[in-house]
Design a protein around this ligand. Sequence first.
Ligand code: ZN
Length: 390
Amino acid sequence: MQKELKIKCLKRLFCVLTAGLFLLSACQKAEQGSVERTDLMGEIEEVESDYEYGFVAESEHGYYSWERVEYIREPSDLALLVFMDIESQQVVPLCNKPDCMHDSEECNAYYSDIHSFSNEGMDKHYIQYYEDSIYAIGLGEDDYVSLFRIEADGSEWEESTKLYRTDYSSTGHWRVPEVLVADGYVYFIDYKQKSMTLTRMPIGGTKAEVIYEDDSGAEVQVHRVKYRNGSVYFQVVTFPEGKYELHEAALYRYDTADGQCSLVKEGIYGSYSVRNDLVYYVDENGLFCYSIQEQNEKTVVEQPLDYPTVTLTEDYIVLCDIKGDGTLSFYDYEGKEVATVSGALRPLLYLGGNSDMLFAECTNDNVTRLCFMDLKKPLDELQWEDFQRD
Ligand SMILES: [Zn+2]
């Protein structure tokens, strides 16, 4: 899982290697401009969905997820794929077999779960919807981490793309990679690498292409990969001499059209989000908006913050205080706090969402389950609700 990052220390810039070969001139240090507080609404055009971790997949009709109700039911060798209809908000197993009771392996909604330690199966930490199909990650044949493609109605599935081979057979464990499907490619980070790389492979293809790597010999973590408007954004954390207290973090961008990789900004340690060419990020002093084009930033919220997770919706900037009590704070784009939401269901892991719906893994009485927040409700009625079958 991603590391929460707090301490700022050594500043050192590592330039980007594309395919491990050439140092690019596009890799340049961004200038920090004047900091001023303004109304940012005029600069914003469109809003894309803004998910963290990839636990929830969004289609035009609803939301898919692996059932995430831990500790309630007996541990199972099976993973259940569920679907929430966008209108009715009803959660059902993703199975269209006539007369199916959805309670056995025969049901289309059940898949082999890798956590059963069988050698093949799906992992419940990633799901994504892309061009009419659902994509999942798991272990396939011969210890390969593979991308699986599932029909949107759950009727068929196949191993789509073998990403890389693990040592699962000999060690008995593997680490789920971070995965993002975009622009016909699957982008992935093998979390078992000491110096992580961001690699991509065409969906259904075999040729891997390294998008980002660091050849300095330092321990490097790459994470928080997001796709926005033709660019893949990702965060790089470097640990000089392997020392955790000396880590430094920066945000990079890979332009899928020209294949150029460039540094966006150094010093982005926590959660970030991108809207058009504006990067919203937090540090201990507040919430900032950095313009990639103009290379300057504005303060949106000026108050001490403990690295909350940021989601951008049509009307609000949502900050989830995941390191504290899980309270959600809603700000307008002028930086004014308009609502806070906390309650009996407390998010342990905040998953972001879109302008209509937010998601989290919530806890209540030692039970962890997926929950959602319906943003179509009035601000004073917002609350977390169970994303659960009836
Ligand atoms: Zn069924």
